[in-house]
Design a protein around this ligand. Structure first.
Ligand SMILES: [Zn+2]
Length: 162
């Protein structure tokens, strides 16, 4: 388990302590939380100290939210839904789902097709690696749209044959 050390201020005595939070459980920047204050010798309400670290953290969060908004607005232009998990976005289209880390220039693109690969065994769809390419977020979403259109064309051609 990794820990993030944050400077915190006791709201009763104003003493500053460094507290290591479990990275998955770090309180929100503007929140109040309870910690043991060695000066008060009791549990007290604490807030983060408004340090450079906290301001950098606020900036990082704001930039992350802006980046997510940007990805979301691009996806919505094509009528795709998206959800964010850690560093990655999952984009869901009528033909399947796609996942990549939208922070990196080199896009490691994963694909889960809704198309059943084996109609005899009825195997479920699964994630596979599509490619690693240096491209912008916009280019990836355009690629997904083109891939969808090609899948639709293949499916409608199959239907015509039957
Ligand atoms: Zn205190």
């Amino acid at each position: 388990m990794s820990v993030r050390n944050m400077p915190c201020i006791c709201q009763k005595c104003q003493m500053e302590i460094q507290h290591g939070f479990d990275v998955d459980n770090v309180p929100h920047l503007d929140s109040e939380f309870t910690l043991f204050c060695p000066n008060c010798s009791s549990e007290q309400v604490f807030r983060y100290k408004d340090s450079k670290k906290i301001m950098a953290e606020r900036k990082r969060i704001r930039e992350e939210m802006e980046l997510r908004e940007y990805v979301k607005s691009l996806a919505e232009q094509y009528g795709f839904r998206c959800s964010f998990i850690y560093q990655s976005v999952t984009i869901t289209t009528p033909c399947g789902s796609w996942r990549f880390d939208y922070h990196k220039r080199l896009k490691h693109l994963m694909h889960e097709s809704t198309y059943k690969y084996n109609l005899k065994t009825g195997n479920e769809s699964f994630w596979h690696h599509q490619f690693d390419r240096k491209m912008s977020i916009e280019e990836v979403i355009k690629y997904i749209d083109n891939h969808d259109k090609a899948t639709m064309r293949r499916k409608s051609m199959k239907k015509e044959k039957v």
